[in-house]
Design a protein around this ligand. Structure first.
Ligand SMILES: Cc1ncc(COP(=O)(O)O)c(C=O)c1O
Length: 395
């Protein structure tokens, strides 16, 4: 099922689009391992439900999102042992839209917003773009696995009004443990700092790890939190889904509702509602197969690097279909290495897109077929061989 890359000849997905490739990499026709979506079709049930709805053909005003909310509540209960109260659940156009709106509603110009780096690039942009001060707390890489520098975090929290938590953390693939989340929550509480918990990657979790929704922690710690949820990554629906916002904080919900109403944003479209509801109600078996494929791919890539390019290390990946590659042992200038990869025809996310803490790293999207993965790995090896493992000069 996941050995086939979906037909992309009629759909201009960003990662293959020549205009986007040109803008981001200065080149085109690059084998794409960058934008975080999958090369796979969504589930057959979602396709069928969308087809049925299109065949029906009536697209008058629709306002009922009851079924959609129930599908999300049941999903988080079944998969993550978290029972949300329907009264506190909202829909929102996208995760990033929610973050932009919340930053504006909960802070003033110049207020500090804390993120952990390396960070999903849009977090680094949304804060200054909205006139707020970006505060960065770098994660620590210890024996190939990222950890929170709590001392640094505690210090930075003193100047921040909001912390954008990413769980699992894009790009480093950590699935935060209950202890870590409780400790972050305690620091947030002591500093009256809101936590916006972006949980878009929450369903791609590997064996031996458990995703803990921030909203499932104690009432005391969740009082100043907002959880952002979405089936977009899980079922490869980023161009056909909106997202959910959950909070038990009445004041936050009131502000959010008022904003959405006044901006006439309290709307989801028929096709996206059907896609999301069907995915949550019927996608479990499909997802379990996807998880096996993605986890196998992580192991495969890890083995490949160990055997063929040991200077590149796959950092410990506990979830997500993105791997974070540490190439610092190649002793190459990061910019030069990125350019060599592009010149050889491959697009990976350069680490500096994720902040200064990402220099010397690359993010590779692995939600694709084994054939694509092999092509990608061969290109990386070719670049390393050409630049590093040059044959010794003869005579
Ligand atoms: C952590 C994280 N948050 C948000 C998004 C984007 O979500 P949306 O398209 O709903 O704004 C992504 C997409 O890659 C992501 O990785």
């Amino acid at each position: 099922m996941f050995e086939q890359v979906a037909d992309h000849t009629k759909v201009k997905v960003v990662k293959r689009d020549e205009i986007f490739q040109q803008n981001y990499f200065g080149s085109t026709e690059l084998l794409p391992f960058w934008v975080a979506d999958m090369d796979f079709e969504t589930t057959p049930n979602v396709k069928n439900a969308l087809r049925d709805r299109v065949d029906n053909g009536l697209f008058g005003y629709e306002k009922s999102i009851d079924g959609l909310k129930k599908s999300a509540i049941n999903w988080f209960d079944r998969r993550h042992n978290w029972v949300m109260d329907k009264q506190n659940l909202r829909t929102s156009p996208s995760i990033m839209a929610s973050i932009g709106i919340l930053i504006n509603l909960l802070t003033k110009e110049g207020d500090g917003v804390l993120v952990q780096t390396p960070s999903f690039p849009k977090f680094l942009h949304v804060v200054p773009n909205n006139g707020r001060k970006l505060i960065q707390s770098p994660l620590k890489l210890i024996d190939g696995r990222y950890e929170i520098d709590f001392e640094d975090f505690e210090e930075k929290a003193k100047e921040a009004k909001v912390f954008i938590l990413c769980n699992p953390h894009n790009p480093v693939g950590r699935v935060w443990t209950s202890d870590e989340l409780n400790r972050l929550g305690k620091i947030a509480k002591e500093n009256d700092m809101y936590i916006i918990s972006d949980e878009i990657h929450s369903d791609i979790i590997f064996k031996g790890n458990t995703f803990i929704p921030y909203g499932s922690l104690s009432d005391e710690l969740t009082q100043m939190s907002i959880s952002l949820l979405s089936p977009a990554k899980t079922f490869n629906l980023p161009s056909n889904s909106s997202s959910f916002l959950y909070s038990t904080n009445k004041d936050v919900l009131e502000k959010f509702d008022k904003f959405m109403l006044n901006m006439y944003l309290d709307k989801t479209t028929a096709l996206e509602s059907i896609a999301m509801e069907t995915a949550y109600n019927t996608g479990e078996e499909w997802l379990d197969k996807l998880l096996v494929h993605v986890e196998d791919t992580v192991d495969y890539i890890d083995e490949y690097f160990k055997e063929n390019i040991p200077q590149i290390k796959v950092t410990k990946t506990e979830g997500m279909y993105l791997v974070w590659l540490d190439f610092r042992e190649l002793n190459l200038d990061a910019q030069e290495f990125n350019q060599l990869l592009v010149d050889e025809g491959i697009a990976l996310n350069p680490g500096n897109w994720f902040g200064k803490a990402g220099i010397g790293f690359l993010r590779m999207n692995i939600a694709t077929s084994r054939d694509m993965i092999n092509q990608g790995l061969e290109i990386i090896k070719r670049v390393v061989d050409k630049r590093i493992n040059k044959p010794a000069r003869c005579c």
